[in-house]
Design a protein around this ligand. Structure first.
Ligand SMILES: Nc1nc2c(ncn2[C@@H]2O[C@H](COP(=O)(O)OP(=O)(O)O)[C@@H](O)[C@H]2O)c(=O)[nH]1
Ligand SMILES: [Mg+2]
Length: 442
């Protein structure tokens, strides 16, 4: 990746009222001044970091210049704020490219910030997480990571492993001094392993918060799936009628449940039907249920035959039985089921908090850690932490048996893995892989 040239790209989505165009690199000011004209000079020291009114071509535009290294990328950075819409953005971009800037690759501004030491790799990843966050909790998690909460833990891990390597090397350098296994070192390795395991434990919640979770409402016709769908999504989206077989197609809504971004899907009720359209709907339901991470299986607690109502139910570790219409049969004894169950009334809005309580337990587990963690690692970090944990594990045994040379080599492997997470050692392919998923202009 060339970092010596000057790059430019729109940093805001097309369609908004204002387009922000970013310029970064050694020629940022020169390029900005070629394209933008106004009464004030953005390069004058007393105008640094100030918005100045002028024009790009005939379009009104604000310009600001932020000299490096105190800028987002660490390079000299310019910004043009012009009118929104594709035409105004193209007008300014064409002028910038004509003035010598190159179109930035996805994530190239943040990549430069990383290469200039403004942030480490986990912080750079947090920038992308912040933008794609689908819930307030996911947003806050990304914010903590960007502020360095994960970096602090990983740097401590890195320093701890480095310290142990020095201890091993000291023993190798002075073999005559008979430096034996020091129990304090054993405790240090154990503490590092514990820290690594703790971070690895956050990977599942991290994935759920970043990627969200698919929840499908399944069950027989008329159980009240669409009513529950409308209640949970807070919209009157799915059609509700007393006629069985009303829902034919799957209907989807993006919502937040228990701090998690959830894609909620309402499905056609499962039953045998001679109607070919309904058959297609039922086939779609089955596919959605199979693909879902969690299923709320809606059952009519007022149905005449409850055994019949629960027949055909497919229970997975992520199924919650939702006995609906509790308003019609509040005291009725319900058959036991091999999954967590709750009574609700979708039309009377009863029992929803209990349903969400069961969902939270399913996702976060029980106990004191059953909440959104302070930091949660992503898949890349989890893979490298696993590597590091293995290195620590092996080093621990070598240390105990006095094989310090081998222990040092295991520890170096663990250190290298942690270094890769924060980007102390980063090869270009890894950087490309990480920043490829960013948007252009970020
Ligand atoms: N009394 C009562 N009726 C409900 C409840 N939930 C749904 N219904 C009614 O049951 C019928 C079927 O509901 P619907 O949501 O379309 O069920 P679906 O076929 O599973 O999607 C409609 O007439 C709803 O008004 C409930 O909690 N209590
Ligand atoms: Mg329905």
């Amino acid at each position: 990746m060339n970092t010596a040239d000057t790059i430019a790209a729109p940093a805001s989505a097309v369609g908004g009222a204002v387009t922000v165009i970013r310029i970064s690199g050694p020629e940022a000011l020169k390029v900005l001044k070629k394209v933008w004209c106004g009464r004030s000079d953005p390069g004058a020291e007393n105008n640094h970091r100030k918005m100045l009114l002028g024009r790009v071509g005939f379009d009104h535009a604000l310009a600001v210049f932020m000299p490096g290294p105190r800028s987002y990328t660490g390079d000299d950075v310019g910004e043009i704020h012009c009118h929104g819409g594709a035409a105004a953005a193209a007008n300014a971009m064409n002028a910038l490219l004509g003035a010598g800037a190159r179109m930035a690759e996805p994530g190239e501004f943040t990549c430069r910030a990383f290469l200039n030491g403004k942030l480490d790799l986990t912080q750079a990843e947090a920038v992308a997480d912040l933008i794609s966050a689908g819930s307030d909790a996911a947003f806050k998690l990304a914010g903590r990571q960007l502020a360095g909460a994960l970096s602090t833990k990983l740097n401590a891990l890195y320093d701890g492993i480095s310290g142990l390597i020095s201890e091993c090397e000291a023993r190798l350098d002075f073999p005559d001094e008979e430096l034996d296994f020091d129990p304090a070192d054993g405790a240090k390795i154990e503490a590092l392993r514990k820290e690594t395991r703790g971070l690895l434990d956050s990977a599942r919640t991290g994935a759920l918060l970043r990627d969200g979770i698919d929840v499908v409402l399944a069950g027989k016709t008329n159980a009240g799936k669409s009513s529950l769908f409308n209640l949970l999504s807070g919209q009157d989206r799915a059609i509700v009628t007393p006629i069985p077989g009303t829902t034919r197609d799957t209907v989807t809504s993006h919502i937040v449940l228990c701090d998690l971004p959830v894609t909620l899907t309402d499905t056609a009720g499962l039953r045998e039907s001679p109607d070919p359209v309904e058959q297609l709907g039922v086939a779609r339901s089955r596919r959605a249920i199979a693909a879902a991470k969690a299923v709320f299986w809606v059952l009519d607690s007022s149905a005449p035959d409850l055994t019949e109502e629960t027949s055909g139910m497919e229970v997975t570790p992520f199924t919650i039985a939702v006995w609906n219409k509790s308003d019609l049969a509040p005291d009725r004894a319900l058959p036991p089921l091999p999954c967590p169950a709750v009574r609700i009334s979708a039309t009377e809005n009863l029992g929803v908090d209990e349903l969400l309580g069961l969902f939270a337990k399913l996702i976060y587990g029980e106990g004191e850690n059953a909440r959104v963690p302070e930091v949660a690692v992503n898949a890349r970090t989890a893979a490298l932490l696993t590597e590091s944990a293995e290195g620590l594990e092996q080093a621990s045994a070598r240390f105990a048996s006095g094989e310090f040379e081998l222990a040092a080599s295991d520890l170096r492997r663990a250190l290298h893995a942690v270094g890769k997470i924060i980007g102390k050692t980063a090869d270009p392919d890894v950087l490309e892989e990480i920043f490829r998923s960013f948007c252009i202009g970020k």
